[in-house]
Design a protein around this ligand. Structure first.
Ligand code: CA
Length: 263
């Protein structure tokens, strides 16, 4: 993120200080390029080294220069290539569903998003569906570029300036903020339901049964003679009593099962 803010001269100076026998260790790569996120810098190092077939975990100054040039290149192609390399763990030029799943799990655990973790398979499948329309089982670099270029190409005809492109790319990747607060809340709620529907439906079912039982008894007693004497008191009490019976049964159910297992 802070890459590109400073020039090669600073990086070179740090290389001279950090390198041992002209070789820079992977663990010092982040510090050398001025990146604070150590883990991310490590991932970045792996991605860049992988594509160049470097397996030693150390780099020379010439290689660092090469890395630096790719990282500080703000063009759309260079950035998408770096991103692609980070996901493509075996550097075969293709992203498989397993690699997509891995990157989702990784970012989910890094950001402590447990529901995202739970749905990693599902989301990976969705991404594959979107980026692999021919069902080949993998994504290639041009699929990714196509998707990201589709929207801007629609809106503003031909866009060839790569700086403008990467700007549009960031716009597409960062969700636009909805100005209407009610619509925003509704959208948020929709996402919440989508992520938690497995927890929501049993609660809704339970609520539905309770309301149903209450209404059933309430109406039954409303049509009886006693209603004319006691009013709404008796129907409310009877309705509540019915839901109480249901909930008692619910509480007893697991106990029964345990008893059966025990026997
Ligand atoms: Ca791959």
């Amino acid at each position: 993120k802070s890459v590109g803010a400073e020039g090669w001269a600073d990086v070179e100076k740090r290389f001279d200080k950090l390198a041992v026998d002209g070789l820079l260790l992977r663990s010092r790569f982040g510090q050398c390029i001025g990146m604070n996120e150590k883990e991310f810098a490590g991932e970045l190092f792996d991605a860049l080294a992988r594509r160049r077939g470097i397996v030693t975990g150390t780099i020379t100054k010439a290689v660092l220069r090469d890395f630096w040039e790719q990282l500080s290149d703000q063009s759309f192609d260079a950035r998408i290539q770096t991103f692609f390399d980070m996901v493509d763990k075996d550097a075969d030029g293709r992203i498989t569903e397993a690699e997509v799943r891995e990157i989702i799990s990784l970012s989910a655990s890094a950001n402590k998003l447990s529901t995202l973790q739970d749905h990693a398979d599902e989301y990976a499948a969705l991404i594959m569906e979107e980026l692999d329309p021919d069902g080949l089982g993998y994504i290639e670099l041009h699929n990714l570029e196509m998707l990201l270029l589709q929207a801007p190409a629609h809106s503003s005809g031909t866009v060839t300036d790569s700086r403008k492109l990467s700007q549009l790319l960031s716009q597409k990747l960062v969700p636009t903020k909805e100005p209407n607060p009610i619509k925003r809340a509704a959208k948020k709620f929709a996402y919440f339901v989508e992520d938690n529907w497995k927890r929501i439906w049993p609660i809704l079912l339970w609520l539905g049964v309770c309301v149903g039982l209450f209404t059933w008894k309430f109406v039954q007693y409303k049509n009886r003679y006693v209603f004319h004497v006691m009013g709404y008191c008796v129907s409310s009490a009877k309705g509540a009593g019915e839901t109480l019976k249901f909930n008692m049964a619910l509480i007893l159910l697991p106990v029964c099962r345990n008893t059966i297992t025990w026997l």
